[in-house]
Design a protein around this ligand. Sequence first.
Ligand SMILES: C[S@@+](CC[C@H](N)C(=O)[O-])C[C@H]1O[C@@H](n2cnc3c(N)ncnc32)[C@H](O)[C@@H]1O
Length: 220
Amino acid sequence: MASPYLAPGFYEEAIAKGRHRDIVGGRWGETGRAQMAALIATGMTPQDHLLDIGCGALRLGHLAVPYLDPGHYWGTDASLDLMRHGRAVELDDPDRLPLSQLIEDTDFAFPGIPDQISLAIAWGVFTHLPITAIEAALPSVAQRLPRLKAFLFTVFLAPDSSFANPYRQADGVVTHPDRAPRHIRPEDVARLCAAAGLIAEQCPDRLPRGQVLFRARRAA
Ligand SMILES: C[S@@+](CC[C@H](N)C(=O)[O-])C[C@H]1O[C@@H](n2cnc3c(N)ncnc32)[C@H](O)[C@@H]1O
């Protein structure tokens, strides 16, 4: 299967069993705080308009929505139900996030996302999808978000010499070239960003599970 999220009944079953935190990777507070720290290190202020791509059950959103000015958070995900469930059970004040700002989108087309988005993030999304996902997302980010200052995203990396085989990441997670969790070559990240008109810097942050954070900006 191209993505674990495509298994029939995957979201419905997890939500019904109260497992919405688990299916986005668990480590809820730690990972939400890591995302906030990365965004604030990028210069995020409450006045920014944030697009959380593949936002799941609002692991970042439960911290970003109260931080940002009301209505400044937008989320997309393959599952509208998962986002709405997160809004209902993980936000102290769901009214700070209009329902209309959670948008189902499986192909990174960002339907209905407004021009004022100034920061975007895709955390733990490309780590679970074929390379075609990042190939689609990068040009869409560059073209659909005219006021974007930076796009943060995570991947698992493997050197070219180890790419074809299972690869053990720094904290023990084993990633694969052809199934989730998936790794990608560093040169593929640079190549795909350049093709989209973006320049990506690899950040030194140590992230949960050994993911690597990239900060991409529009090439001058
Ligand atoms: C590991 S979770 C991370 C969620 C969130 N970014 C976080 O940090 O909690 C991956 C998310 O990607 C979503 N997803 C899977 N395939 C997708 C696609 N084609 N387009 C958008 N989101 C997708 C899943 O529904 C899930 O919420």
